[in-house]
Design a protein around this ligand. Structure first.
Ligand code: NAG
Ligand code: NAG
Length: 277
């Protein structure tokens, strides 16, 4: 709210300002100006744009479908055969606002790539809805950083980062492939990924309806300068799953338990929620 009001106020004529000085407004005006001057932007007085870490969250489509409580709401498009983006989230970002709407034309040139690498896996939701939600909840909060300062830049960078962490290839090279039978231990997967994603990446599972741990996501902490890892972080694990997600999940993501091997199910486009019959 504030971020749209203040620049407006600055451009108003003094006469108009007088009109605006309603009692309720006057009482908080000083605080607002102070916020503006010192770059504060919300009632908690957290400095605006003070976030230090980003979390890139990639999801395995077959695992995503396992997280849903209904059979028929998951959809994995034919073109999707790999890890996809769930989101790029500034961690503990304050002072975000809904004042930066995003339109299809903003990201037109990326649409084909986004459709492949950042699809909505919910039958009822268009991918654009998913992107717009992610921009609203996370992208707009990251936009105080130059390299992320528009929907186009935000989605461009997310795609670039996803390409940089080709986890499917890394896993495949290490013999870790999707399977209905084989199970993997957290430690063996982490050993493969840590040199590329840093020591603090988090492997997340969901519990399926047979009470099995099924691999769902990887969270990759990044510093604001986009180097892997983040000193200020330690939090990817504690970070509550943003409600935005790609949709209504029945089973919340949790770190895969180290002592219980988990499944890495194959993608089945025909039966996304029953890849193994
Ligand atoms: C998916 O669609 C539902 C119903 O239209 C909506 O409430 C929800 O916010 C959508 N989710 C996303 C991530 O777009
Ligand atoms: C990136 O930021 C981290 C943490 O703030 C810092 O340790 C590192 O030296 C920076 N790297 C570069 C290339 O600037």
């Amino acid at each position: 709210m504030l971020c749209s009001v203040l620049p407006l106020l600055l451009s108003l004529s003094p006469a108009f300002l007088v009109l605006l000085q309603l009692p309720a407004y006057t009482s908080t005006q000083e605080g607002h100006w102070e916020d503006y001057e010192y770059g504060h932007q919300d009632s908690e007085k957290k400095p605006f744009c003070s976030w230090k870490c980003l979390v890139l969250t990639l999801q395995w489509p077959a695992g995503f479908c396992q997280s849903l409580d209904k059979e028929d709401i998951c959809h994995i498009p034919q073109s999707v055969n790999s890890w996809t983006i769930h989101g790029l989230w500034p961690f503990r970002a304050y002072g975000c606002c809904n004042c930066w709407p995003m339109f299809r034309s903003d990201i037109q040139e990326l649409e084909a790539e986004l459709t492949e690498h950042w699809p909505s896996l919910l039958k009822k939701n268009s991918s654009f809805h998913f992107w717009r939600e992610e921009w609203r909840k996370h992208g707009a909060c990251a936009a105080c950083e130059e390299g992320l300062n528009s929907p186009l830049r935000y989605f461009q960078l997310s795609l670039k980062l996803r390409g940089q962490f080709n986890i499917q290839q890394l896993l495949e090279d290490a013999g870790i492939t999707p399977s209905c039978d084989r199970r993997y231990k957290v430690v063996e997967v982490q050993q493969v990924l840590a040199p590329h994603l840093g020591d603090r990446h988090v492997i997340q599972c969901v519990t399926d309806d047979k009470d099995r741990n099924v691999w769902f996501q990887v969270k990759i902490p990044l510093s604001r300068n986009l180097t892997v890892g983040c000193d200020h972080h330690g939090d990817a694990e504690r970070d509550p799953e943003p409600v935005s997600g790609p949709g209504p999940t029945a089973s919340p993501a949790h770190p895969c338990p180290p002592q219980v091997p988990f499944y890495y199910f194959p993608i089945d486009h025909q039966q996304p929620r029953r890849p193994c019959g």
